[in-house]
Ligand binder design. Structure first.
Ligand code: GDP
Length: 315
């Protein structure tokens, strides 16, 4: 990839895609192409092929996906499996048909078995049952990984798959019904502070552990891998450390400056007990995360305060 290479970022307005755009720009890649979902519906095969024919991108960052937190995933399984299968199939196939030099597909750590040994190595894929709350999303992502592998084997393409751990940061989704835990907690504690609410509800027991990677670090990792790595072997992207939801809630509470109490609503699901990825391969490829959780949380809360007006938050 060089400064003039034409690079398509699918999903450029989301948490991941927007971070990739910023990272590419700071690294002086100037020939970026992107479309909003209103301009190009990636679920429509004809539109996607037309776009690839018109633009002829050389490199593709596949950061477009339908994503959501634990309740959203378990409430709308059909949307998650359908939209993700359609989006990724159309983009991966069009990339092959239009001679893309390299494509990077973004998986997720929920593709690993629910009771996988920890930390989760790349080779644990398809060795056990999935966590049921996001099984349909995970099946779609596994199909994407396998599709890249199959195209590489049958057609000699250069499609790579990475597995990012739980992400957070700028442009995250702070909608309480659909968001993941970290943005949800930022918003809940912030609103409770503003309204002097005595209690904040945190879902589940607080015991599950999750690993959190700041979006800017993720973007730096995927650009690094696009520049340096080829092959069908998956690469995990994480920080190598996890934290219990209870501790996370306490940390967010402190950063936001909320002084009330936390209530754990155990009628809400816990999901997988733990999801920590093994990052030896990533380290061997020359990359490690730079942003400690506390710093990333502060940056995300600052962004939230500056960018999300009270009106946007009323949803
Ligand atoms: P997961 O990593 O796929 O399970 O997705 P989430 O980020 O949605 O949830 C992670 C953990 O945080 C689960 O154990 C949730 O029950 C817990 N959690 C606690 N409070 C919340 C909340 O307000 N929203 C979400 N999405 N999860 C929460």
């Amino acid at each position: 990839m060089n400064a003039e290479s034409k690079i398509y970022i699918a999903g450029h307005r989301g948490l991941v895609g927007s971070a990739i755009m910023r990272n590419l720009r700071t690294k002086k890649y100037g020939n970026l192409v992107y479309r909003t979902s209103a301009e190009l519906d990636l679920r429509k095969q004809v539109e996607v092929n037309q776009f690839f024919q018109d633009e002829k991108p050389e490199y593709v960052f596949m950061a477009a996906a339908k994503v959501g937190g634990i309740i959203s995933n378990s409430t709308y399984p059909a949307d998650f499996i359908r939209d993700n299968l359609m989006i990724q199939t159309n983009v991966i196939d069009a990339a092959f048909r239009h001679g893309v030099k390299k494509l990077l597909f973004m998986g997720s750590t929920c593709i690993y078995p629910k009771f996988s040994p920890q930390p989760m190595k790349e080779e644990y894929l398809l060795t056990g049952e999935l966590e049921e709350t996001n099984e349909h999303y995970a099946i779609a992502k596994i199909a994407g990984v396998k599709m890249c592998e199959a195209y590489n084997r049958q057609f000699g393409t250069n499609f790579i798959s990475v597995m990012p751990t739980n992400l957070y940061g700028i442009n995250d989704n702070f909608d309480l019904k659909n968001s993941h835990v970290l943005p949800a907690l930022i918003r809940k504690f912030h609103e409770a502070k503003m309204n002097s609410t005595p209690l904040v509800e945190v879902w589940g027991t607080g015991l599950p552990k999750r690993e959190f990677l700041y979006s800017e670090d993720l973007a730096d990792a995927v650009v690094h891998l696009m520049e340096t790595y080829s092959g069908s072997d998956l690469i995990n992207i994480g920080v190598g450390k996890d934290i219990a939801i209870k501790q996370l809630a306490e940390q967010v509470k402190e950063i936001v400056g909320y002084t009330g109490e936390i209530f754990f609503n155990t009628s809400k699901p816990d999901g997988a007990p733990r999801k920590l990825v093994e990052i030896t391969k990533l380290k061997e490829l020359g990359w490690e995360a730079k942003t400690p959780l506390e710093e990333g949380l502060k940056l995300t809360y600052e962004w939230f305060l500056q960018n999300l007006s009270e009106e946007n938050l009323k949803s």
